[in-house]
Design a protein around this ligand. Sequence first.
Ligand code: HEM
Length: 394
Amino acid sequence: MTLVYNPFTFETQHNPYPVYTRLRDDAPVYHNLDLGFYALSRYADVLAAHKDPVTFVNSEGVTLEGGEKGQNFLILKDPPEHEWHRKIVSRVFTPRRVNGLEPFMREFCGRLLDPFVREPGFDAVEQFSIQLPLAVIGELLGIPESMRQEVHHLADRLFTRDETGTVSEDAAAAQMQLGILLFGLVAERRNNLGDDVISLLITSEITDDAGNTWRMSDEEISYRVLEMAFAGHETVARLVANGIVALTWYPDQRRELVADRSLLPNAVEEMLRWDAPSHYQGRWTTADVTLHGETIPADSRVILVTGAANHDDRVYTEPGLFDIHRSMDTIVSFGYGVHFCLGASLARLETRVAFDELLNRFPEFGIDESGVERMRSSNVRGLAKLPVVLPTGP
Ligand code: HEM
């Protein structure tokens, strides 16, 4: 049967794993002529491409549709410029600042989950997995509480794609609105500095190789804030929901976690591997690349299929099985190398806390499969609705 891989079709999004197996085994350098892209799907090839940001660049866009090209996001910068911009953000994104948020995360989980203790169920996405990271990134960046739901709804619209992958007028309008909202916030914060990441970005200086010292403009800061605001909550939200599905399908492992929380960090790694929230990273080649006897010409769109690499049986035994005891050297769910996710430690902490607090209150839960809905996006993979069913009565 002809092998067709189109990440935009809802059928592929529903269950991409069979086509990923065929890509890895039969077409490790897959070429989709209609959509004009190549796909690398084996773990070793994806990792090697991440390690070569000179041949595989980000500046032409990191999605298949490439609608973000030309915008001022950190993720779209190539070395050496990328290095300076990344330094300035990572300087304010310290482990101390991230870890200091744990008490807030726990208290906020309580606020979200306690009202459901005697309820028959809740929507684990809209009422939990979105709200936690949205509040956390809001606290960190300094986005007022009153603005956060709007940020979330605009980010949802911005990420939505139909089966053609076209960036709709609505998605473009949502990004514009989000940009205006956050630009206004940055401009206002300039006159009213606080202890948040926006204020720190406003006051941070950086010196480049040539000895020039500069500060970011409001426009640049707004792009950083925009990027962290949506990257910071959409992905964690999907990871937590995908993890809830895993623990419903594998109840023995859920019981093990209930009994022994020291298993949680590795369980979070397995959730990241088993159904990664970001299923591919887009690149553009600056030179010919020959792999497995095939040549990808310079100036080609290539996608590194993270979701396929994470299920490569050349690296992982029985990759389709969810196993919280799996020992793993690396996973590519946060990328690798120069663009490695800036929020990885924050995301890991949030997910660990989310499950710790969830299992404290609800050691048993199920899912109402009839109410599950998937979000429709280019490369963010996860659920839009996940009705969790709680046991009733004694
Ligand atoms: C489970 C949650 C998350 C996942 C799966 C995830 C995934 C990723 C991936 C795969 C990349 C690399 C993209 C590439 O190579 O093209 C990345 C980069 C990035 N992520 Fe995350 N991310 C998550 C959470 C976060 C959070 C919480 C933040 C908030 C600060 C964040 C901010 C960023 C930024 C700013 C970059 C660009 C870094 C650069 O280009 O230097 N992410 N993320």
